[in-house]
Write a protein that binds this ligand. Structure first.
Ligand code: HEC
Ligand code: HEC
Length: 251
């Protein structure tokens, strides 16, 4: 009897220990953030995978794992910043941002309560996925948006173009565009077509939900080539990089 209960305790402790390992592994992968503190992950998962009321499943356009889709022009949501996702859903809800790609996100956001938005954003933010984004050979096959030159895009992302007044994307979006939450979204590993579309929208002012016009100010100085080049670099930039060891202030 005593032996059995000791055995039982040992199993319980082993379960706790192994759960602990699993938890700390996922916390590490998600940069020490506990997404359960942001929202109800279970409700978020249900909305993400099954939709709610008239709102279709997010996966039907953003992909089964929330990685986005170049043919549809949808963004990757997996691993994007929680606050940024909530802000976008709220901006769609308030018509401060218009979905002119599939004309659906405004209706979708209106069909979700404030809590639903937080829950689904917390779930999407908690998803990992590959470090990199679009397969550029596939994008070329789609033939809808030209692919740029990676090395020119890398220079623009890291240094901007001082003579043309374009700031380095890194200065706000972090090294490699890995994101500087809560305000600056992750661009590294984002879908190519989506990156290009958004830069063009900031440039012509059809997307205008950026605080203090920060992105419109940047994009209005960019040529089509700049946009294609920088998106070519960013989609395959490592989003989990620890920074640039050779330039300490870019860590
Ligand atoms: C019918 C297709 C479709 C469905 C379903 C859909 N989306 Fe979208 N979503 C889009 C498109 C297209 C865009 C890009 C709009 C643009 O180009 O500005 C987008 C953009 C977004 C963005 C902005 C991301 C960013 O990086 O700024 C968020 C957040 C988002 N969707 C969340 C959701 C959630 C949550 C659901 C499920 C409740 C959902 N979407 C369902 C098509 C869809
Ligand atoms: C002065 C700061 C600043 C600089 C520099 C900057 N950005 Fe941004 N960017 C922002 C902010 C703020 C947002 C989020 C706007 C919002 O809340 O919708 C943003 C959003 C974006 C988005 C939309 C992401 C999404 O998921 O919807 C893209 C794409 C983008 N920036 C690309 C770039 C590129 C490329 C560069 C460099 C050429 C750059 N940014 C430089 C501030 C900046």
């Amino acid at each position: 009897m005593l032996r059995t209960s000791k055995f039982g305790i040992a199993i319980a402790m082993l379960t706790i220990a192994s759960t602990g390992v699993v938890l700390s592994a996922s916390v590490f992968a998600s940069e020490s953030v506990s997404y359960a503190d942001f929202g109800n992950l279970e409700n978020g998962k249900t909305i993400f995978e099954q939709g709610k009321g008239d709102v279709p499943a997010c996966t039907s356009c953003h992909g089964m794992e929330g990685l986005g889709d170049d043919a549809m022009g949808t963004p990757r949501l997996a691993g994007q910043g929680f606050n940024f996702l909530v802000k976008q859903l709220q901006d769609f809800h308030d018509d401060k941002r218009k979905d002119e790609t599939m004309f659906i996100m405004n209706t979708n956001a209106k069909g979700l309560s404030e809590q639903d938005k937080r829950d689904v954003a917390a779930f999407a933010a908690s998803l990992g996925g590959p470090d990199k984004g679009s397969d550029l050979a596939q994008v070329k096959e789609l033939g809808t948006v030209p692919v740029g030159q990676r090395h020119l895009g890398k220079a623009l992302a890291q240094h901007g173009s001082p003579s043309r007044g374009i700031p380095a994307c890194h200065s706000c979006h972090g090294f490699n565009g890995r994101g500087a939450f809560p305000v600056y979204p992750r661009l590294a590993g984002q879908r190519y077509v989506y990156l290009v579309n958004q830069l063009k929208k900031w440039r012509d002012g059809s997307r205008a939900n950026d605080p203090m016009g920060q992105m419109r100010e940047v994009a209005k100085r960019m040529s089509d080539d700049d946009i294609h080049n920088v998106a070519t670099f960013l989609t395959n930039a490592s989003r989990t990089t620890k920074g640039n060891a050779r330039i300490p202030d870019q860590k």
